[in-house]
Ligand binder design. Structure first.
Ligand code: TXA
Ligand code: MG
Length: 311
């Protein structure tokens, strides 16, 4: 059963309590409804992917209450400070270098060293964020469906799959946020609710677009497919060869194990941390245990196949 919560004090307190307990809750923003999880809780984040039925792990946007909270998570460049002062709260997501001490679950960034952050311009969302801290939230639709702009839209896709929806009425903007990469060249990653012209006026320069000559090689798609361990990777291995570092799952225990009990939520939460750990161990040959190809297993296998692809 999905609870239907109002945006009064009791509803906000209930939403915060659910999120604090690792549950997932749809929340209103000025752009579209987001499906939120505690950004520091990898298993809660894994539940977001599971509920959406996403067949792949794309990095998620993290929502914070104000620019000060953002500065605890990312390195705010001068351009980022300028854009934040002009457009936050608002329909602008900035992709910036992730701070080492941010404490964000690796699944949120799909293992990348960058983070997309935004301060939503919605009183209920910000009141909730002040209680909970950073919330990772993609749009609250099933994978492949359009973004929801009302609590009814959210429930049409996700009723019974999420703990609650916080009903803040219809979303005034109705379009997803504009995403700008600042790594450090200002680059348009997704057009959205904030016009590009307004951003360019504020920065005093044109935004690059991925693929422009001389632009930094970034786009959500490219970036999200590029974290892979340095070692060669073999998949669906029941008994590793000598010299291979074994990444285990369920009954196949490894040097590192994604989930001893064979729990796909736990495995998804552990995945990118384990891949980074394999690099830190200097693993040159990696064998991965078989992972069932259903539910979150599909996204885990998608990511592992990319890691195993010849480079
Ligand atoms: O308005 C919005 O942005 C809504 C509300 C809920 O805030 N959220 C939203 O999230 O549209 P989602 O997950 O549907 O789209 C997020 C996009 C994805 O295309 C993802 O690849 C990109 O943001 N993204 C997030 N973090 C990124 C990163 N570190 N680098 C590159 N792209 C990133
Ligand atoms: Mg979306």
């Amino acid at each position: 059963m999905t609870r239907h919560l109002t945006t009064d004090d009791a509803g906000l307190a209930e939403a915060a309590a659910l999120l604090g307990a690792g549950e997932i809750v749809a929340l209103p923003t000025e752009t579209v409804y987001g499906l939120a999880a505690d950004a520091r809780n990898g298993e809660a984040v894994a539940r977001v992917y599971r509920a959406k039925g996403r067949p792949a792990f794309n990095p998620l946007i993290v929502h914070v209450a104000d620019a000060e909270a953002a500065a605890e998570l990312v390195e705010m460049t001068d351009d980022a400070e300028r854009l934040a002062a002009a457009f936050w709260p608002g329909a602008l997501t900035m992709v910036l270098p992730l701070r080492d001490d941010a404490g964000i679950a690796p699944l949120v960034t799909a293992g990348l060293p960058t983070l997309g952050v935004r301060v939503p311009d919605h009183p209920a969302a910000r009141a909730l964020l002040r209680k909970t801290g950073p919330l990772a939230a993609p749009s609250a639709n099933l994978s492949g469906r359009i973004s929801p702009t009302s609590a009814e839209h959210v429930l049409a896709g996700l009723d019974g799959k999420i703990a609650a929806v916080l009903d803040g009425g219809p979303c005034p903007v109705g379009l997803e946020s504009t995403i700008v990469g600042l790594l450090p060249e200002p680059t348009l990653l997704r057009a959205g609710g904030l016009p590009v012209e307004a951003l360019e006026r504020c920065l005093g320069t044109a935004l690059q677009e991925p693929g422009d000559p001389g632009s930094a090689p970034i786009s959500p798609g490219q970036l999200s497919s590029h974290y892979a361990p340095a070692g060669r990777v073999r998949l669906a291995v029941e008994s590793p060869l000598e010299g291979e570092t074994y990444l285990g799952f369920g009954p196949h225990e490894g040097d590192l194990t994604l989930s001893r009990s064979g729990d796909l939520v736990e495995a998804a939460a552990a995945l990118f941390g384990c891949l980074h750990q394999l690099d830190a161990m200097g693993a040159t040959a990696i064998a991965v245990a078989p992972i069932p190809d259903h539910g979150l297993g599909r996204a885990i296998n998608d990511r592992l196949r990319r890691a195993a692809a010849p480079r």
